[in-house]
Design a protein around this ligand. Structure first.
Ligand code: SF4
Ligand code: SF4
Length: 393
């Protein structure tokens, strides 16, 4: 068997679907300039993706037809040379339709392979989220704002070619920068994009991540029942309703916390999360009524606590809350746990409000994430800032 190279692109469903598809396609076309053969494909034949859901696209490239066919015989590559992560909040772990439980973002990466993350953060900060593993690897960052767009409207902010430049540096046996430039000139016909690819090729660097280095958190997982363990007949287990719970300070029981799916945790779809100012909440119920995922717990004092093991980060609660700055969506990379905000508020109100203020202030100068396409001209407005950051690196 000849040489087979595999690249996976981990992305947020729908918001980054076109970007991921373009990157994997362009990898194959650039490699083609060196006489190699390849194929790009997504995990799904159709598009069962939902907003924010972690998903993957793949490119596999070989020197000869037989090797490529052998590579194509697998449903998806089990091991990859490079993993590209298009949103740095995916570094916290990914849970998709396509598998069970939460998986580390570098699960398929070969020992010594390269993890490329689009991020404004540095490597030590990302490693607070990226889980430990037994095999060492390399971590490289393409400095940039997370590129979100839609299924039908593409934001052409050069993230695609910047990733190609970084891959040419990380995996020279796949293709050279010259082949990338040739592809961009031939197919994309943009000298500005050639310059972006070249810049990221020149400055792309990696750090060595040792075995055991990174986030020590144990990822959510569960055992799948075997055929013999399954219940007889066809039945769907009903979900219990839930009920009141205790205030951690007064121990008074009240409110309502619904029972949620114990097997599917939606929070890996989240790229932003709501933070709630319980001292200004008027208990109007609008967030609770409008949350599409029933993610609000009614706290024993009658305020509403976004349950972060359930919240998918859609931002509707921020939009409907009538009280100014009572709910604020904040970049998910600011957080490293899913603890109840209300419990923290009850334990020490002043400390919580200080934390709230600092967290929002700290996050504000960072990128404001935009979940999708809201108005005509939105992406044209966002592209200059993205290109400016790309230029600075
Ligand atoms: S962001 Fe708000 S509305 Fe959306 S799922 Fe989370 S709690 Fe519910
Ligand atoms: S919408 Fe705002 S004010 Fe109303 S209950 Fe929710 S957090 Fe409180």
């Amino acid at each position: 068997m000849g040489q087979l190279l595999a690249i996976e692109v981990v992305y947020r469903g729908v918001f980054q679907k076109t970007l991921a598809k373009n990157i994997t396609r362009d990898i194959v076309l650039a490699a083609h300039n060196e006489g190699k053969l390849g194929i790009s494909f997504g995990r799904y034949g159709d598009a069962p993706e939902r907003n924010g859901i972690p998903a993957k696209g793949f490119a596999i490239v070989a020197n000869d037809e037989q090797t490529l066919e052998e590579g194509m015989a697998q449903y998806e590559p089990k091991q990859v040379d490079v993993t590209v992560v298009l949103d740095d909040t995916l570094c916290k772990g990914v849970e998709s339709w396509a598998w069970y439980g939460m998986l580390p973002v570098h699960r398929a990466l070969k020992p010594g392979g390269t993890l490329i993350v689009i991020s404004l953060e540095d490597a030590p900060t990302l490693l607070k989220s990226i889980h430990r593993r037994e095999k060492p690897y390399k971590l490289g960052i393409v400095k940039g704002i997370t590129s979100f767009s839609g299924m039908w409207v593409y934001k052409d902010d050069h993230t695609d070619v910047r990733v190609l430049g970084a891959i040419a540096k990380a995996l020279p046996e796949l293709f050279s920068l010259k082949s990338v430039e040739q592809f961009i000139n031939d197919k994309l016909k943009s000298s500005a994009k050639v310059a972006s690819a070249r810049l990221d090729f020149e400055r792309f660097a990696t750090v060595d991540v040792k075995a055991g280095q990174g986030n020590p958190e144990e990822l959510f997982k569960f055992d799948l029942p075997g055929w013999k363990d399954m219940r007889g007949g066809v039945s769907v287990k009903g979900q219990p309703q839930g009920g009141p719970y205790a205030d951690p300070v007064t121990k008074q029981v009240g409110g309502f916390r619904p029972v949620r799916n114990e097997l599917f945790k939606k929070y890996s779809t989240r790229t932003e999360r709501p933070v709630v100012n319980f001292s200004t909440c008027t208990k109007c119920t609008l967030c609770w009524l409008n949350c599409p995922d029933a993610s609000f717990d009614v706290a024993p004092d009658g305020t509403y606590d976004a349950n972060l093991k359930s919240c998918c980060g859609c931002g509707i609660c921020e939009d409907v809350c009538p009280v100014k700055d009572c709910i604020t969506m904040v970049n998910e990379s600011e957080f490293h746990d899913n603890n109840s905000q209300w419990a923290e508020f009850r334990k020490d109100k002043d400390a919580y409000l200080k934390w709230l203020e600092t967290t929002i202030q700290k996050a504000e100068p960072m990128e404001k994430r935009s979940n999708g396409f809201r108005y005509r001209g939105q992406y044209q407005e966002q592209i200059p800032e993205a290109l400016e950051i790309a230029k600075k690196g």
